[in-house]
Ligand binder design. Structure first.
Ligand SMILES: NC(=O)c1ccc[n+]([C@@H]2O[C@H](COP(=O)([O-])OP(=O)(O)OC[C@H]3O[C@@H](n4cnc5c(N)ncnc54)[C@H](OP(=O)(O)O)[C@@H]3O)[C@@H](O)[C@H]2O)c1
Length: 328
């Protein structure tokens, strides 16, 4: 018995060492241009701080000029005299030519974009039949089309340069459908399809794609969504996984992107979800694929417990609502 255990431990250690030797080393951001959409707030702003610490020059892109200037002054203390920061105001979800023009403006000052982080996004949480129909289009534009436009504006130059990084911020709601997120989930699932295609097309040119699935993260966007109100079911389901700090989410995401990992997740739930939903996603390391193969079945069983607890929440809330209606 002891021998089997020792053999298992030795095999795991060997795997970790082989993986460490084979896995790609992180690229340096020193002197490179990192453009962050949604860089004026939340995860995007903390990514800007992390990229600044790593030596990059930065473009922060969003619509509201005032919030861009505020974010710029928060990032500036992390810059050395050789690094620069530029703010560009544009609505990413409307007209592609405006987006391209905004990117060219930034590149005239800081040179070609080496890393694009697609962090701009929006969210609403309502039951499907209570969601205003226009919100389905609005969220598709804000979360999916904005990333398509921004990526289109930088990819040709990255391919010519023979390297780069493109990062997408999906969501855990882009891995599984969650009550109340019909419009949001669909737009975040769309990013996955896009990112998988893009990585296959861009990889031969040395451009790596990273798809991040942040959990609930304490940002202005998250707080605004809470203020607007969510169905009780959505709140109770979200409560099962907790709220993360945006600087932590940004650090993990940047680390994964610099290592060229395709799937990026946060925490234990993130690991479970990324593994059980990996499908035929591209593999970033030997360790990753071994872990996926060995744990997939077990994690599927764990996911059934989660699903049944979510179903219980939904049934209980419906019962409560019906009783409330009867009392009125
Ligand atoms: N926070 C979470 O719990 C969480 C969880 C999972 C995934 N995510 C995703 O992670 C990303 C960042 O989330 P966050 O909570 O950090 O965001 P946030 O605080 O709400 O900030 C959103 C950013 O996107 C910009 N933006 C929104 N629409 C835009 C548009 N049409 N054109 C240009 N800029 C636009 C906003 O600036 P302006 O309004 O000035 O344009 C702002 O800078 C989002 O894609 C979000 O869906 C967040």
């Amino acid at each position: 018995m002891l021998g089997i255990l020792a053999g298992f431990v030795a095999a795991v250690l060997l795997l970790i060492v082989v993986n460490w030797i084979l896995s790609s080393k992180p690229v340096s951001l020193h002197g490179k241009h990192v453009l962050i959409t949604g860089g004026s707030s939340g995860i995007g702003k903390f990514l800007a701080i992390e990229a600044a610490k790593a030596g990059a020059s930065l473009t922060l892109l969003a619509r509201n000029q005032e919030r861009l200037s505020e974010a710029k002054s928060e990032v500036e203390p992390y810059l050395t005299p050789k690094q620069r920061i530029v703010c560009v105001s544009v609505d990413l979800s409307k007209d592609y030519h405006q987006v391209e023009h905004a990117f060219r403006q930034a590149e005239e000052i800081l040179g070609p974009v080496f890393m694009l982080v697609n962090a701009a996004g929006a969210s609403v949480s309502e039951r499907f039949d209570e969601t205003p129909v226009d919100d389905f289009r609005r969220l598709m534009e804000a979360n999916y089309l904005s990333a398509v436009y921004a990526t289109r504006a930088v990819l040709p130059e990255m391919k010519r340069a023979g390297g780069g990084r493109v990062v997408f911020l999906s969501s855990q709601a882009g891995q599984l459908g969650v009550y109340g997120y019909a419009a949001y989930s669909a737009s975040k699932f769309a990013l996955r399809g896009f990112a998988e295609v893009l990585q296959m097309e861009a990889k031969p040119y040395g451009v790596a794609v990273t798809l991040s699935f942040p959990p609930d993260t304490d940002t202005p966007g998250f707080r605004k969504e809470l203020e607007m109100g969510k169905p009780k079911e959505t709140l109770l389901i979200s409560d099962t996984s907790g709220v993360f700090a945006p600087d932590h989410v940004a650090r993990v995401l940047l680390r994964d992107a610099l290592r060229g990992r395709f799937l990026s997740y946060i925490g234990l739930d993130g690991f479970l979800l990324a593994t059980v939903t990996c499908g035929v996603a591209p593999v970033s390391s030997l360790l990753e694929v071994v872990v996926q193969v060995l744990t997939m079945g077990l994690f599927r069983i764990v996911s059934l417990f989660y699903l049944s607890s979510f179903d219980r929440i939904v049934s209980k809330c419906l019962k409560e609502r019906m009783e409330d209606e009867k009392k009125r």
